[in-house]
Design a binder for this molecule. Structure first.
Ligand code: C2E
Ligand code: CA
Ligand code: CA
Ligand code: CA
Length: 274
């Protein structure tokens, strides 16, 4: 089931990335995009390790630009983070995902938050309010954060995360192994899910080290009763290895690309399977 998730254009050539004028322009454009409804949410299914049952969806923002087409978040999230616009964007994505996914049975919805969002003291209160207004059960929401947020031991961020958990939401540690990792954070702050960064998944079969690290992370997570999702699964060989070490969930192009709302239905059928 290949879909439109990969068809996004690069906004500018690498050589232009340092162009300040271009950045300013992009910033202004992004503001406009948010106001004029050019942003949209795609959903990537997450599967049980068997690769058959859908257990949830990750919400991924896209910019549907009138002339440039679909722009991927890797292009504009960093700029949104620099300008602080990212928090408004993330709250918009959250609200949209809650409204759209409300009727999707018991499937879990995962939403990405930027470390910048946690600078807002009442983040948890705002998120709680959005769920209430949209009538979305907190138990079905998983908040994805990156390790960089936990790095540095920001008390405010810990407090917000604790409030979100107290409301019933789950917390996933995204891109695990790619940043200032560590196992220390998992111990200090109980996360519900670890998402193994796709750089590890993609080295299965190429690097014994990557395979050994995955094996180790899965064992550790199991011992702590934490879920493990492997990201970026693109080949059968990777899937087989992940199954063999007991990874719970898998996500990647082999199983499904991120799809627009209009294509979610066929995956919801897989979610209703026993
Ligand atoms: P992420 O959270 O790690 O999301 C996974 C990314 O990997 C997505 O890229 C997805 O399309 C891509 N992907 C999924 N399966 C595969 C695979 O098998 N192979 C490969 N090579 N890639 C795969 P996307 O949608 O372009 O998003 C990029 C990043 O932008 C995300 O990485 C996340 O950090 C950020 N992002 C996306 N949506 C949001 C959002 O609403 N808010 C915030 N703050 N960040 C977002
Ligand atoms: Ca993510
Ligand atoms: Ca990730
Ligand atoms: Ca990421």
């Amino acid at each position: 089931a290949k879909a439109d998730g990969r068809n996004s254009v690069r906004l500018f050539a690498p050589s232009m990335e340092r162009d300040v004028l271009h950045r300013r322009e992009l910033e202004r454009e992004l503001r406009r995009a948010l106001d004029e409804g050019e942003l949209t949410v795609f959903y990537q299914p997450q599967f049980a390790a068997s690769g058959e049952a859908v257990v949830g969806f990750e919400a991924l923002v896209r910019w549907n630009h009138p002339t440039m087409g679909l722009i991927s978040p890797g292009e504009f999230i960093p700029i949104a983070e620099q300008t602080g616009l990212v928090t408004e964007l993330d709250m918009w994505v959250l609200r949209q995902a809650c409204a759209q996914a409300k009727g999707w049975g018991n499937t879990k919805i995962a939403v990405n938050l930027s470390p910048v969002d946690f600078r807002m003291r009442d983040l948890a209160v705002q998120i709680g309010r959005i769920l209430e207004e949209e009538g979305f059960p907190p138990e079905r929401l998983e908040i994805e954060i990156t390790e960089n947020l936990l790095f540095g031991n920001h008390q405010e961020a810990f407090a917000s995360l604790a409030s979100l958990r107290a409301m019933g939401m789950r917390i996933a540690l995204d891109d695990f192994g790619s940043g200032y990792s560590s196992l220390g954070y998992i111990r200090r702050f109980r996360v519900d899910t670890i998402k193994i960064d796709r750089s590890f998944t993609q080295n299965i079969g190429r690097s014994d080290d990557a395979a050994a690290i995955i094996d180790c992370v899965v064992r550790l997570a199991r011992a702590l009763a934490i879920n493990v999702t492997a990201e970026g699964v693109e080949t059968r060989e990777q899937l087989r290895y992940l199954q063999s070490v007991g990874c719970n969930h898998v996500q990647g192009f082999l199983l499904a690309s991120p799809v627009p709302l209009s294509s979610v239905d066929r995956y919801l059928e897989l979610a209703r399977r026993p």
